[in-house]
Design a protein around this ligand. Structure first.
Ligand code: HEM
Length: 433
């Protein structure tokens, strides 16, 4: 495995992304200063900015769980696990980054957004391979529909927009050459980047935990312990609130998320040499790379290397909690886990994404009893998406969930209380008349 670290000689190739989303290329020549400003705005996704984003994400996930899933009643509900992950991740990410309507907590068209997003994402492997969009039946229309959700007039009416998206919108607004469609296409690109990998990553994390009850139990206990140690004994009557510091303390959960990323990641990072150079591969070997050569990095070859990882095909939920240094042939590796890419263009949303997956798993584990439907084949990654980050499953798996029994009772008491309260109010109103 050879890792290219010098971002100034080998740069990212952008052509396929332009083709997929259909925006005008943002180059230094046409938009002086803009590429650098856009890259600088990525800082608004981490560091001190991670805390408000994580809090907002928590509130949105909690609200979606409350309104759609935390209903009392002992029956198991059955769903496709990937479908569940896309639905929750897309809406929660959208609300957290792009904001909510001026009135109300949720966008009325969330279901259509999900349907269009899935159709666009289905076509993505062909788009990124630069197949003309007019050859892909209906995809042009779907892309336009998605862009129509993200126009400047629509977005300017929303509340709670993240600083990151506000900043990007401001930067794009400064350039009158960019038409409305261009700006919407840029926003669509960011929406896709923020959901298309996170949803399958959430799927694989949940799937592996459902298949490994001992891991699920240990992590559920860890989450409760962290909450308790910070003075928040978990009870279903109150909303779960987790800040980045608490999430950082969930070492086993973090390890399980990293382990599922290690097993699932299939990204290929492509770079184009900006000048002739000699690439030193290891102490003995070097390679001449010419200006314009394309260099592909395939992190999966390290992720699945038995010389680096013991039993690389096995999901060991606590692997990264037990071991923090990895070696190959006696040489310590700096880059042994790269689901988020590498170098200058390493994914700027990686901390936000890992926190989101952790929060999502915390909600699943704390509120629900969970199980996979029996008699299904094992989930396999969709091979058509190799090279595109975290592949989704080739076929969705069915899972079942119900509110945990103890918590269900608390909710029943809350509902009975609300019912009695409304009966009381109704009776008094009638008497007043
Ligand atoms: C599990 C979830 C995610 C995975 C596995 C992932 C993975 C990646 C990978 C492999 C790259 C290419 C890196 C390279 O070329 O070296 C990338 C780039 C990018 N990701 Fe992510 N990503 C995830 C979530 C997110 C989120 C949540 C956001 C935004 C909030 C985001 C925003 C971006 C952006 C803007 C880029 C392009 C960076 C650039 O052009 O310099 N990603 N991501």
């Amino acid at each position: 495995f050879y890792f290219i670290i010098n971002p100034f000689t080998i740069q990212k190739q952008d052509g396929s992304a332009l083709h997929s989303f259909g925006y005008t290329p943002v180059t230094e020549g046409t938009f002086p200063g803009l590429p650098e400003q856009i890259a600088r705005a990525y800082r608004l996704l981490h560091g001190e900015h991670l805390s408000p984003l994580t809090q907002s994400m928590m509130g949105n996930l909690m609200m979606i769980f409350h309104q759609d899933h935390l209903r009392p009643g002992g029956a198991w509900r059955t769903r496709g696990l990937y479908d569940f992950c896309v639905e929750v991740t897309l809406e929660a990410t959208f609300l957290t980054l792009y904001g909510r309507p001026a009135k109300g907590l949720r966008h009325a068209d969330a279901a259509q957004l999900k349907a269009s997003f899935i159709r666009f994402d289905d076509a993505f492997p062909l788009l990124i391979a630069q197949v003309p969009i007019w050859l892909l039946a209906g995809v042009g229309g779907i892309r336009r529909k998605l862009m129509s959700y993200l126009t400047t007039p629509k977005m300017s009416g929303w509340a709670g927009v993240s600083q990151f998206i506000r900043r990007r919108a401001q930067l794009l607004e400064r350039h009158p050459i960019l038409g409305d469609a261009d700006k919407a296409a840029h926003h669509l690109a960011m929406l896709w980047a923020s959901v298309a990998n996170t949803a399958p990553a959430g799927f694989w994390a949940a799937y592996h935990l459902l298949r490994h009850p001992e891991a699920l139990r240990a992590i559920r206990q860890e989450i409760r312990d962290v909450l308790e140690s910070s003075g928040h004994k978990f009870s279903a009557g109150t909303d779960l609130a987790l800040n980045p510091q608490q999430l950082d303390k969930m070492i086993l959960l973090e390890s399980a998320v990293h382990e599922s990323l290690r097993l699932s990641s299939a990204s290929i990072n492509i770079r184009v040499a900006q000048e002739d150079l000699t690439l030193r591969l290891n102490n003995e070997r070097a390679m001449a790379v010419r200006k314009g050569d394309i260099v592909a990095l395939y992190p999966r070859s390290v992720h699945m290397d038995a010389a680096v990882y013991d039993q690389p095909q096995t999901f060991c939920f606590d692997r990264f909690a037990r071991q923090t240094e990895f070696f190959k042939n006696g040489q310590k590796l700096r880059h042994y886990l790269m689901p988020f890419g590498s170098g200058a263009s390493i994914c700027p949303g990686r901390f936000f994404a890992v926190n989101e997956i952790k929060q999502f798993v915390c909600l699943l584990l704390l509120y629900f009893d969970l199980r996979l439907e029996t008699g299904q084949p094992d989930a396999r990654p969709d091979a058509s998406r190799a090279g595109l980050g975290i592949p989704r499953p080739a076929r969705d798996v069915r899972f079942q969930y119900r509110m945990q029994q103890k918590q269900k009772h608390i909710y029943i008491y809350i509902y009975i209380y609300i019912y009695i309260f409304f009966q009381y109010v109704k009776k008094n109103r009638i008497t007043d008349l």
